[in-house]
Design a protein around this ligand. Structure first.
Ligand code: A2P
Length: 269
């Protein structure tokens, strides 16, 4: 069961760069999502991140990079976070309530953007844990569906409950008034667990390397002519997946030089 708190936005407090938390949803004892007001001036590309945080006890802002999980058209901002018991920020951030202030530096950046990839047929979104956050944004952006014939989402967590945020989001896509029709039959969702038994198991890296995911989804193996990939997860995952993507002939791209795949580290701590 997820615990969901919500409230009408209160006026933004007078801290510099302060926004107001509008809702908080706890998924597990390790994961939660929250929404907050969006500065009118903030423009971002789906998949980018910003610095957010709280005022530290020393009076200085305590900020960390967080992917924006909401799409660029949303009037609020959404973030998805891990709770680290002794993490300087998340040990406090996990207790935020609707109406609380949150600091947001309105300078979005990042490489997990559609512009950093060359045109292709199929987009792979490869995420572990909270690495699903930038994809929560991109999956709700019409441009993603306009640019690609197929979108494959592989998300791996330790247990089933940790997949809930992504699973709920994916389940809501076909009913989405803005993109439901665009999604059509383009979406392939491949969630797996690694530590709790579930219908689909195994690390993303193993399921790609063994060919299992291609066989089960009826999709040909990775090909630099057709396939593009965006990667967001732990450091170890990002390194291991790069080896697989490079092995298949895909090259890493950037905003300045689009190519076949892009990588970003999911926020931890
Ligand atoms: P595993 O349980 O086999 O370590 P975490 O919660 O520690 O961030 O991990 C999230 C998910 O990412 C887990 O399912 C974990 O699998 C998986 N994972 C961690 N490291 C790697 C890696 N180097 N390659 C592929 N998957 C990984």
């Amino acid at each position: 069961m997820t615990e969901h708190l919500t409230a009408a936005p209160k006026p933004t407090p007078t801290l510099p760069d302060a926004q107001t938390v509008t809702s908080v949803t706890h998924y597990t004892d390790r994961l939660f999502a929250f929404r907050c007001t969006r500065p009118r001036s903030l423009r971002f590309r789906s998949g980018e991140f910003v610095m957010i945080g709280l005022m530290g006890e020393n009076g200085k802002p305590l900020l960390r990079a967080y992917s924006i999980a909401s799409p660029s058209w949303d009037e609020e901002l959404e973030f998805y976070s891990i709770k680290v018991p002794d993490g300087p920020l998340t040990s406090r951030l996990q207790h935020i309530q609707p109406g609380d202030p949150i600091i947001l530096r309105p300078k979005p950046v990042g490489t997990l953007v559609l512009d950093a990839l060359l045109p292709g047929k199929r987009l792979w979104m490869l995420a572990t844990g909270t690495g699903i956050a930038p994809f929560a944004s991109l999956l709700r952006d019409p441009e993603t569906w306009e640019k690609y014939e197929q979108v494959v989402v592989m998300h791996t967590c330790r247990d089933v409950a940790e997949l809930t945020y992504g699973a709920d989001l994916i389940a809501a896509l076909p009913e989405d008034p803005l993109i439901g029709e665009l999604v059509g039959d383009k979406l392939f969702y491949y969630p797996t667990t690694t530590q709790e038994a579930s219908p689909r198991m195994g690390r993303i890296t193993d399921n790609l390397a063994s060919g299992k995911v291609f066989a089960e989804l009826g999709i040909p193996p990775l090909d630099p002519a057709t396939d593009r990939a965006m990667v967001c997860g732990s450091l170890g995952f990002n390194l291991d997946i790069k080896t697989i993507l490079e092995g298949a002939g895909l090259c890493e791209g950037a905003n300045s030089e689009p190519a076949e795949y892009v990588v970003e580290k999911a926020f931890v701590g």
